[in-house]
Design a binder for this molecule. Structure first.
Ligand SMILES: [Zn+2]
Length: 413
């Protein structure tokens, strides 16, 4: 049995409700994109909450808000809990936010229960987990892990503005990114509470999940070269229509994505430099991705698309080039995940092992220290949309499990 009081769900609910007021009214849903005015306001509020709970608090040069509760043993490395408070444009009220407000409630639970940990407890609101128009995700956790380099900071959006410029405009100091890096000797374990963002927990009727692995992502760009010809005079049988080849590729991605177990394939955009109806498309570009929790399957999906492209070229008399960028699946720490499952049992829940289709700050943290994730159900599996919803009772269960996992981990060396 746990020695901790249960989560104060009213306080958690009030915190989530308050953050849902700090949103950009020019965007749909509950939008608080990284480095926006609303993002800064939310981080200031979280900073204030941490201070009110008696933590020593700092906001680092990239906008990570970090609060620390002292442990009894000054030589014991910190246990780290947290998530992110930024959202995608048009996002919801729970993604990331549940893990940040939940982590604050863990501090309150320890205080209400008069439990003093041996390890220091570090609570983090990671900066800009969701990415930006420059296409860089996990900004804050990458800075902490030391993997946010010059290439990422120099990445540009469609207007040529760099990530460093976006961060500076949001009041951060990207030139001091190196000082945001943590020393891995100071940290012992990372535990993140997050909404599932998929349907598996709800379908299984489970209140709590523990993540076994985070899906790998293979992002591709397909460049199709056709031939520019007159749309009225060129017979259908002799055309080299790049856009038609691209359209075929979109459906191939759908078919290949559906071919494996737990695999998905998505096309993000199809573009052409000649969007004219009276001219046959000379070129087209298709961008998309495949995901799988299994590295072998991910390679299988890549191989399937690579094999299909020459067939499409033959059909459409085009020439195509396929380019990849792959992030392999990340396996969460087995011992820490087992500890999270034991924590769930202690507070009366049978945790289901699930994989995560979405990426998380835990991916960056897992390179530094043993990491595990606790999931709570998403209604109808919806996320990154205004309809995103998790019942308060489930959030409360997730916070109970997180707090108990912290307590159990504290008893280990
Ligand atoms: Zn998230």
């Amino acid at each position: 049995m746990s020695a901790l009081n249960s989560a104060d769900t009213q306080w958690v609910s009030d915190g989530i409700a308050h953050l849902s007021t700090l949103v950009d009214s020019d965007l749909p849903g509950w939008s608080r994109t990284g480095f926006s005015e609303q993002d800064a306001a939310a981080r200031d509020w979280i900073h204030g909450q941490m201070r009110a709970l008696g933590l020593s608090v700092s906001t680092d040069p990239v906008g990570n808000v970090i609060g620390r509760l002292d442990g009894q043993d000054p030589n014991a490395p910190d246990i780290v809990i947290g998530s992110h408070s930024d959202t995608v444009p048009g996002g919801g009220r729970f993604d990331g936010i549940v893990g940040v407000v939940g982590a604050l409630e863990v501090i309150r639970m320890l205080q209400r229960s008069d439990v003093r940990l041996r390890h220091g407890l570090r609570v983090v609101d990671f900066s800009n987990e969701e990415g930006n128009p420059q296409g860089v995700k996990l900004v804050g956790s990458r800075a902490v892990a030391g993997t946010l380099g010059a290439q990422a900071l120099g990445a540009t959006d469609d207007e040529g503005r760099t990530l460093a410029e976006l961060m500076a405009a949001g009041g951060r100091s990207p030139e001091h990114v190196a000082s945001a890096r943590w020393d891995r000797r100071d940290v012992a374990a990372y535990l993140e509470l997050h909404i599932e963002q998929g349907p598996h927990l709800e379908e299984a009727g489970a209140s709590v999940g523990v993540v076994t692995r985070v899906c790998g992502i293979s992002t591709f760009a397909l460049e199709v070269q056709g031939r520019r010809d007159h749309a009225g005079t060129t017979p259908m049988a002799t055309r080299a229509d790049a856009l038609c080849c691209a359209a075929d590729a979109v459906l191939a991605v759908q078919r290949i994505g559906a071919s494996g177990t737990d695999t998905v394939g998505t096309v993000g955009a199809v573009t052409t430099s000649s969007p004219l109806t009276n001219t046959i498309s000379e070129d087209a570009r298709v961008t998309g991705e495949f995901r799988s929790p299994d590295e072998r399957q991910l390679h299988e999906l890549q191989r399937a698309l690579a094999q299909t492209v020459p067939e499409l070229d033959a059909r459409h008399r085009t020439r195509s080039e396929l380019m990849w960028k792959t992030d392999v699946p990340v396996v969460m720490d087995e011992a820490l995940s087992n500890l999270a499952i034991a924590a769930a049992t202690n507070v009366g829940h049978q945790a289901l092992r699930v994989y995560s289709g979405a990426t998380h700050d835990s991916v960056e943290m897992s390179a530094m220290m043993p990491s595990a994730m606790i999931f709570v159900p998403s209604r109808a599996g919806r996320s990154h949309c205004p309809e995103e919803w998790t019942d308060l009772v489930d959030i409360g269960h997730g916070v109970d499990v997180l707090a108990e996992a912290v307590r159990l981990r504290d008893q280990a060396p």
